[in-house]
Design a protein around this ligand. Sequence first.
Ligand code: MN3
Length: 198
Amino acid sequence: MAFELPPLPYDKSALEPHVSARTLEFHHGKHHNTYVVNLNNLTKDTDLAGKSLEEVIKLAAADLPAKQPIFNNAAQVWNHTFFWNCMTSGGGGKPSGKVAERIASDFGSYEKFAEEFKQAAVTQFGSGWAWLVLDGGKLKVIKTANADLPMAHGQKALLTVDVWEHAYYLDYQNRRPDFVQAFLDHLVNWDFVAQNLG
Ligand code: MN3
């Protein structure tokens, strides 16, 4: 079965004014969809066609650079689906419960986590992603370039923000720090982070 573009988990205008309906229309409807179409074209009639998205990512990651195009498109399909779920209307600010406890114990405070996450997102040179991950039982902030993602490095993704220009340019132009701040203050879906933490 071919890979499919999953629907957004909310209405296109749900994240306004922080992320506009127009941004989601392009980012989900065009960019994310293009990765799905490319992945289907690249895997059609190969032994990867029947595998799960995670299996394709791991198999391609183990066969670079030969499978770089497959890795790039498969990882970007996964990254975007994950990213949509990292946001919710009325989200952001400090988490509560077990996520708050883990952030306090591994970063010192929410404020220190937020500073580190924002720093990673703002300093990712060019296109990429900033992440909160579980690495060897400890929460860490990392950044990845282009399509790269935690599962290719033995880490479990808990939260991500897309810092490719297409994620914010229509709403923030070149002001990536303002987009990342709005993500932290108004959009983070901490319930999803808690689910990922397990
Ligand atoms: Mn994107």
